[in-house]
Ligand binder design. Structure first.
Ligand SMILES: [Zn+2]
Length: 277
């Protein structure tokens, strides 16, 4: 399922094709059934709008136009691709948006994605965006913030960093990776993590996400960049998916310890019992 780095890579991919100032010339709703129905008025309201910017907020891609913002969430299997005149439509194409001779298509086999829009002055109150917490790559996401948020919390630290009200876009893969880097066990209580450990974790989350963005994201199964290519970060995962393998950090220190796996709130979680405390 696409997480923050994958959504960032798709946003960057889209902005390489569609420039600011481009005008919406056509919209087609090919199959409106996604997580919620694509609003029927989208065509009437967005045609003629000029693109101001393309940006990511949490796991949403925001196409900011003059008066409205198109909101796209990739769900589990959503993808955007550039449609050339010689291409054919594909099964599970749901939506297209054209800017003169540039046509972008949204495809989503499992239909957990979202295509919605809002008036710009009401964007912050949109139901998908209004409860989102701080961005992990912002300066405001730091140990002081985390210490204050986690005070007295009896949640496991992995669940805490995956809670969108605390910080957005740290999904299952990156939570395991960052906790491994910061040497914190995923089952630790969030309220019992020290200030120094929060600092390490904040830095680990930022560096893991940034490395993945630089590689175009992680493809375990379906995720594709706008170019159609897979992401490249799956080959750099340190702990995720490595149950039973030797822990690389322990091996470097000539210690034998193998990677463990358990479910935390229904999500596969990987850690090393020896070097994560
Ligand atoms: Zn280890």
């Amino acid at each position: 399922m696409p997480e923050l780095p994958e959504v960032e890579a798709v946003t960057v991919g889209l902005s390489k094709i569609i420039s600011a100032g481009a005008k919406v010339t056509a919209i087609e709703v090919l199959s409106p059934k996604l997580r919620t129905l694509i609003p029927p008025k989208i065509k009437k309201d967005l045609i003629g709008q000029k693109l101001v910017s393309l940006r990511r907020r949490a796991k949403y891609i925001l196409f900011e136009f003059t008066d409205y913002t198109l909101i796209s969430h990739l769900g589990m299997t959503g993808s955007w691709r550039h449609f050339n005149s010689q291409d054919e439509c594909r099964l599970h194409d749901h939506f297209s948006i054209s800017f003169d001779n540039i046509k972008m298509i949204y495809n989503d086999p499992r239909r957990f994605g979202v295509i919605d829009y809002a008036k710009n002055d009401l964007l912050q109150k949109n139901k998908w965006l209004e409860h989102l917490g701080v961005e992990p790559l912002d300066k405001a996401f730091n140990s002081d913030y985390l210490i204050a948020k986690a005070k007295g919390k009896k949640t496991k630290i992995k669940s805490f960093i995956m809670d969108q009200r605390n910080v957005v876009g740290v999904g299952n893969i990156y939570a395991s990776e960052a906790l491994y880097l910061a040497q914190i066990k995923p089952k630790r209580m969030a309220g019992r993590v020290s200030a120094a450990e929060w600092e390490l974790l904040a830095q680990a989350i930022k560096s893991t996400l940034n490395k993945s963005i630089a590689s175009g994201g992680t493809t375990l199964k379906d995720y594709r960049q706008v170019s159609g290519e897979k992401g490249g970060f799956q080959s750099q995962l340190l702990i995720y998916g490595r149950v039973g393998e030797v822990c690389r950090r322990c091996a470097e220190n000539k210690i034998k310890s193998s990677v463990r796996m358990a479910q935390i709130v229904g999500r596969s979680t990987y850690w090393c019992n020896h070097c994560q405390k």
